[in-house]
Design a protein around this ligand. Structure first.
Ligand code: SAH
Length: 268
């Protein structure tokens, strides 16, 4: 029997490879077996060695291609072959990532593991569309919530729901927009509270829709989504800016122009 391998539980970030940490990149480059979520992008998968075994254990909402139990078993089976297994998860493994279930299973089977953080979808969205999640004097906390729970119930009793200075970010919740809108209005949130709906955060295909709490459900209904979606609710989201891609192109042109000017002035 070979000695047991090791499992790295790695956050891939929510979008393209730019969001990977250096630690995640190193783990990927040393992967002998890769178990990855459906939300992990192709350019990230391409960073693993060619001969590394790559298995999609993708989960998208209700559609489970591989059950959590199977994923756990697969991790252990591969590690028991003495392999370095990378369990690559979308975003940050510690945010709605079931990482604790996986760690406990590995502990039970005596497999060593470590967790590497990733950029969560809310952080990527905030950077991409230039809004803060907290803002001095206006938004003093941020709460990550979900409209999807294990037993299918939604429980919105969190205190932040009614706090006008709390930013709320809902993961896995676009199908529950009607319920969320009604619950927040009932809890006393102003109908004019800014909302954002962000699809594919951290990717070139990202889409931002903006509005107010009183038309959240309508905004979600009116859109057809192909990718993963976040809902942001709170005053901080009023700062969302749309033209980031164009701005980025301008910055690149300007940077090139400036470096050419510097070269001309100071030589090489
Ligand atoms: N661990 C992940 C979240 C996994 S739960 C993280 O930290 O980001 C899956 C949910 O995350 C999706 O249903 C969606 O609500 C959100 N999500 C993941 N990637 C996203 C993306 N690129 N854009 C918008 N939302 C995303």
């Amino acid at each position: 029997m070979p000695p047991n391998g090791f499992v790295s539980l790695v956050g891939a970030g929510p979008g393209d490879a730019d969001h990977l940490t250096l630690g995640a990149l190193k783990a990927l480059q040393l992967a002998q077996a890769l178990l990855y979520d459906a939300l992990v992008s192709e350019d990230i998968l391409a960073l693993a060695p060619q001969k590394c075994v790559k298995i999609c254990v993708g989960k998208r909402g209700d559609r489970l291609s591989v059950s959590q139990d199977k994923t756990n078993e697969l991790m252990v089976r591969l590690a028991k072959k003495g392999l370095h297994v990378v369990r690559l998860k979308g975003g940050d493994p510690s945010v709605f990532g079931r990482v604790e279930e996986e760690r406990q299973y590995l502990d039970t089977h005596d497999i060593g593991h470590k967790t590497l953080p990733g950029v969560t979808a809310a952080s990527a969205a905030a950077a991409q569309f230039s809004f803060p999640l907290t803002h001095r004097g206006e938004a003093r906390s941020v709460t990550f919530l979900t409209g999807r729970t294990k037993d299918g119930a939604i429980d919105l009793r969190d205190e932040s729901i009614s706090d006008p200075m709390a930013s709320l970010v809902f993961y896995m919740s676009s199908h529950n927009a009607t319920h969320i809108e009604a619950s927040l209005l009932r809890a006393g949130r102003s109908p004019q509270t800014p909302v954002v709906i962000i699809e594919n955060a951290g990717r070139h295909s990202a889409q931002l829709r903006t509005g107010h709490l009183c038309n959240l459900a309508w905004l979600v209904c009116d859109a057809s989504f192909d990718g993963p979606v976040l809902l942001g609710i709170g005053v901080a989201f009023a700062y969302a800016r749309k033209l980031i891609a164009e701005n980025l192109a301008c910055v690149e042109v300007e940077a090139k122009h400036n470096s050419e000017r510097l070269m001309a002035t100071f030589g090489n």
